[in-house]
Design a protein around this ligand. Structure first.
Ligand SMILES: [Ca+2]
Length: 199
């Protein structure tokens, strides 16, 4: 009986692998997001996640945290700058070709120890730029605010985003924006994926 159990497990694992495989290659499409679970640098609390860049209009308040995680041991914590109209975020980019189709997924959670306030919003953006880094267009996937759960991770996603003519780069931005008054609080981000879906 024990042998039979193990055989069933192997068959199920094979079936799941086949279901996720990319047609024609036998391999799932690669995740183009770097350091996608924010596990690097390892337990450097407050550090900028490896292979991501940060940007800000005031200063950045973004770093690795072990206070929450969806997978692994770490997530990124984005804390308000507490300045009216402040914007900050983390970003990466990848080369694309016009007509390529992408799906972007990430997971966010309110911070129960320091929850987002009334004037704090989060947003995920997929932006297209030309060969000279000139702005072409962008798709704002989703916004989140103080109403998101402090207990569960919320999934943010867009599917079928098509790179426009002249697109050379896809730029992913995960942002915190503060409103007419200074924002307060913070949110976690974990498990980002950018996958080309048209092949
Ligand atoms: Ca993680």
């Amino acid at each position: 009986m024990r042998y039979g159990f193990h055989l069933a497990t192997v068959v199920l694992a094979f079936a799941l692998g086949a279901a996720a495989a990319e047609p024609g290659t036998g391999a799932p499409p690669p995740n183009l997001a770097p350091n996608a679970s924010f596990e690097q640098p390892d337990t450097r609390i407050g550090a900028v996640p490896a292979r991501w860049d940060v940007f800000s209009m005031v200063f950045t308040n973004i770093g690795i945290s072990t206070a929450a995680h969806r997978t692994g041991r770490q997530a990124v914590l984005v804390r308000a700058q507490e300045e009216a109209h402040a914007v900050q975020g983390l970003t990466f980019h990848r080369r694309v070709r016009p007509g390529d189709v992408y799906t972007l997924i990430l997971h966010v959670k309110n911070n129960p120890a320091n929850p987002m306030g009334e004037f704090t919003h989060g947003a995920a953006v997929l932006q297209w730029r030309d060969h000279a880094w000139g702005f072409l267009s962008e798709t704002e996937l989703s916004r989140w605010d103080e109403a998101i759960s402090q207990l569960r991770w919320s999934r943010v996603a867009v599917e079928g985003a098509v790179a426009p003519e002249q697109a050379t780069y896809a730029v992913v931005e995960i942002k915190m924006m503060e409103g007419e008054k200074a924002g307060t609080g913070s949110f976690f981000v974990d498990d980002v994926s950018l996958i080309r879906t048209d092949r």
